[in-house]
Ligand binder design. Structure first.
Ligand code: PLP
Length: 227
């Protein structure tokens, strides 16, 4: 399969910028997480050479396998479900954990941290699709508890995964709900909690997510082709 990674990256960045301008957002406020799960190191290096600055992986094993072979200077984002007993293998490698969804994980991150650990809280807005993520109704109490009990865990925002649908427009209400929830939380001004990041949008729906306020989009297939 012949995929022009550089051309895909350039086109996606242009499309993100256009979607941002459409709703009077600054394109510079949207960060592209290049999702490299299942891709080999040579392919990832090619993406980095083409300007990828943030790598997203969803398995601990893949981060362990690839980390030392990838040039420093890129950010590592753990975007997948994280088992508590595997935190120790990647805590010193990951710049942002996108999927904090339970107290036991916050406790483990806090216990293992040598420096503050940046996290997003994964919220399960569309309940049928994913078994992971905290329910929206429980998010505020959860965030207050983490902020209070686990000082090394720094909440930077929220993340969600929308269900795959043929018509991306249908995901709009999900992204809007996440943004609304983030504003509610921000208004509470919980000490130690920031609500600047909204990680939402993948290959199928990232333009809708940008229109609805995403600060991070996580894109794999549109850059590298089908997995
Ligand atoms: C795989 C994955 C993505 C990227 O999906 P694509 O459809 O390939 O863009 C984004 N977020 C999460 C959590 C993923 O697991």
């Amino acid at each position: 399969m012949n995929v022009d990674i550089a051309a895909n990256l350039a086109r996606i960045k242009q499309d993100i910028a256009a979607a941002a301008r459409k709703v009077n957002r600054d394109p510079a406020d949207i960060k592209l997480i290049v999702v490299t799960k299942t891709r080999d190191v040579a392919t990832i290096q090619e993406a980095i050479a083409a300007g990828a600055e943030r790598i997203g992986e969803n398995k601990v094993q893949e981060i362990q396998d690839k980390y030392d072979q990838i040039s420093s200077g890129v950010e590592w984002h753990m975007i997948g479900h994280l088992q508590t007993n595997k935190v120790k293998y990647i805590i010193d490698k990951v710049d942002l954990f996108h999927s904090l969804d339970r107290i036991s994980l916050a406790a483990e991150l806090n216990a293992r941290a040598q420096k503050p650990v940046n996290v997003l809280v994964q919220v399960n807005i569309s309940k049928e699709e994913s078994k992971f993520g905290i329910e929206a109704e429980a998010a505020i109490d959860f965030i207050k508890q983490v902020a209070n009990d686990y000082p090394m865990v720094k909440i930077k925002g929220l993340m969600t995964i929308a269900p795959y649908v043929d018509e991306p427009e249908e995901t709009r209400p999900i992204f809007r709900q996440l943004r609304t929830l983030a504003s509610e939380i921000k208004a509470l001004a919980i000490p130690g909690v920031e609500m600047e990041e909204l990680s939402m949008g993948m290959t199928n729906d990232y333009l809708i997510a940008v229109e609805e306020g995403a600060s991070m989009v996580r894109i794999g297939t549109a850059i590298f082709g089908p997995r």
